[in-house]
Every structure is written in structure tokens, then in C-alpha cells.
Design a binder for this molecule. Structure first.
Ligand SMILES: [Zn+2]
Length: 274
């Protein structure tokens, strides 16, 4: 009684000030907890092993850990295996990106789940195993999948399945849509143990700007999420002769910004485990 009597002597203004202080303090402690997890998960697809290997000094400069999704494991040369081993030793992850890089939805509709696995998964995984790798993450070839494909992949033991998100889509030279990456909630991993995720394509044809990436990195930092990005071949000039990939200078801007904002670098299999 005495306590409440004392409390009622505070003016409404002071009571509101107390309430705001409590809200502010709790918001601060939540933020501190969240921002510690804030991070970035960058991955690279296909079979550009020699080019990826050349990026080692860049990764080391910013303390970056990334994931390489390898396709066509049957064609891995001794030299490529040694390079992937070194990348793994550096702390990067070696994931899997299919054996034949097929359209999984068409394949599974035509031949069924067992034959789909026999064609796209088993042979490549066998070669990866022979080479000494045990991939825990999968990137859908061509970003093509459905629930049935996902269930086969999850039953195979993959911890996370990565699809493709695109911020701009053009058809016959006409832009159909353009989305700022910071508004694409689905490319920010909220650490909810979800195993089916989307990463934003950073190849040159996505026409992303450094400013957009800075905004997206800032959003990851503020929301305690992990920004998921991916690209293909590292390029040092405009793509020629059907080459598809990302500008290495652009990648460096992303790494630098993430490093400066003290984001964690996540390997893909780490996301659902955190
Ligand atoms: Zn691919």
C-alpha cells in the first residue's frame, strides 16, 4: 500500500518518462542480442574453381568465409580437388550443385523421385565423396525446384537448400520489375532454422549498385539477420562471349562494407544451425 501511495505521487509526465525509459532499455538489450548474430552468407555456383581460388587474398583481407556450390563433380581434376581442399582449409564450405545441372522439376515429373536422385544427386555426390568432400548444403541448379524436389534433397541429408532471388527482371530489354534488395525480406535469414532459402544474385546482369548493397548490409545489421547473396564466375571486366558472373571490384565493396559494419560471415550450412 505504502509503495503504491508513493508511486501515485509522481506526475503523469514523470510516469510516462519512466515508461519510455523502460521501453528504450528493453529495445536496446534486444538489439544488442540481435546484432551479434547479424551477418552475410555469400555463395558461388557452378564450376569456376580456378577463378574462385584466385579470390583467396580478397577473402583473407576481409576475414570472409563463403560457400562454393560445385556442379559436375565427375569432371573434377586433381588440381581442382587440391584447390577446393585448400579453400575448405581456409574455412570456406564446399556445397553441392547437382551432377547434371538439370531442371529438377521437369526431371522429377518425367522419371519420379528415385530416378531423379539417381540422375542428379547420387553420381555427383559419389565423386565428391571420392574427392574427400561431404557437402551439407545444396544450391538448386537454375533456381528450379518444387516441394517434391525439396523433400528428396532434405531426405538425402542436406541441411539447407538455396534458391535464387533476383532484384531486377527484364524481358526483351524491357524492365518488368526492380526491387531494392533492402525490401526483399526473403534474402535476409532470420535464424528461424528454415532450410529452404533464397539468395540474391549479384552477377553483373542484376545491375545492383554499391549503395543498394550498403543499405541491405545495414538492414541485416539492424535486424540481426543474415543477408544471403550469390554469384557465378569472378569477372574483371564486362562479361564477353556469353560469360556470366560478378564484378570482383563489386564483390570487394560488399566484403569491405560487411567487414566495416562488423557482420559475421556465415557458411550456408551454419545458418540453420545458429
Ligand atoms: Zn548453376
Amino acid at each position: 500500500m505504502k509503495y503504491s501511495a508513493v508511486r501515485t505521487t509522481f506526475s503523469p509526465g514523470i510516469q510516462i518518462a519512466f515508461l519510455m525509459l523502460i521501453i528504450f532499455m528493453s529495445a536496446c538489450s534486444n538489439n544488442a542480442e540481435n546484432t551479434e548474430k547479424a551477418g552475410i552468407a555469400i555463395s558461388f555456383d557452378d564450376h569456376f574453381i580456378n577463378d574462385w581460388y584466385e579470390l583467396r587474398p580478397l577473402f583473407q583481407k576481409y576475414g570472409a568465409k563463403v560457400t562454393f556450390f560445385v556442379t559436375c563433380g565427375d569432371t573434377l581434376t586433381t588440381d581442382e580437388i587440391a584447390k577446393l581442399k585448400q579453400l575448405e582449409k581456409d574455412g570456406h564450405e564446399i556445397g553441392f550443385h547437382g551432377t547434371v545441372h538439370g531442371k529438377s522439376t521437369e526431371l522429377i515429373a518425367a522419371v519420379g523421385p528415385a530416378k531423379y536422385a539417381e540422375t542428379e544427386l547420387t553420381p555427383g555426390l559419389h565423386y565428391m565423396k571420392l574427392a574427400g568432400f561431404a557437402p551439407q548444403s545444396y544450391a538448386h541448379p537454375g533456381g528450379n525446384h518444387n516441394d517434391q524436389v525439396d523433400s528428396v534433397l532434405l531426405a538425402t541429408g542436406f541441411k539447407i537448400l538455396r534458391d535464387v532471388a533476383i532484384s531486377r527482371r527484364k524481358m526483351f530489354g524491357v524492365q518488368l520489375y526492380a526491387l531494392a534488395p533492402r525490401l526483399m525480406d526473403w534474402i535476409f535469414y532470420p535464424f528461424d532454422q528454415e532450410k529452404i532459402v533464397d539468395a540474391l544474385l549479384i552477377d553483373t546482369d542484376a545491375e545492383l549498385t554499391a549503395e543498394e548493397m550498403k543499405e541491405a548490409i545495414t538492414k541485416a545489421k539492424k535486424t540481426g539477420t543474415a543477408l544471403m547473396l550469390f554469384g557465378h564466375q569472378p569477372l574483371y571486366s564486362q562479361p564477353k562471349n556469353g560469360a556470366y558472373g560478378f564484378d570482383v571490384a563489386f564483390l570487394e565493396k560488399i566484403l569491405k562494407e560487411a567487414h566495416e559494419q562488423k557482420l559475421q560471415f556465415y557458411k550456408m550450412s551454419e545458418l540453420p544451425a545458429k
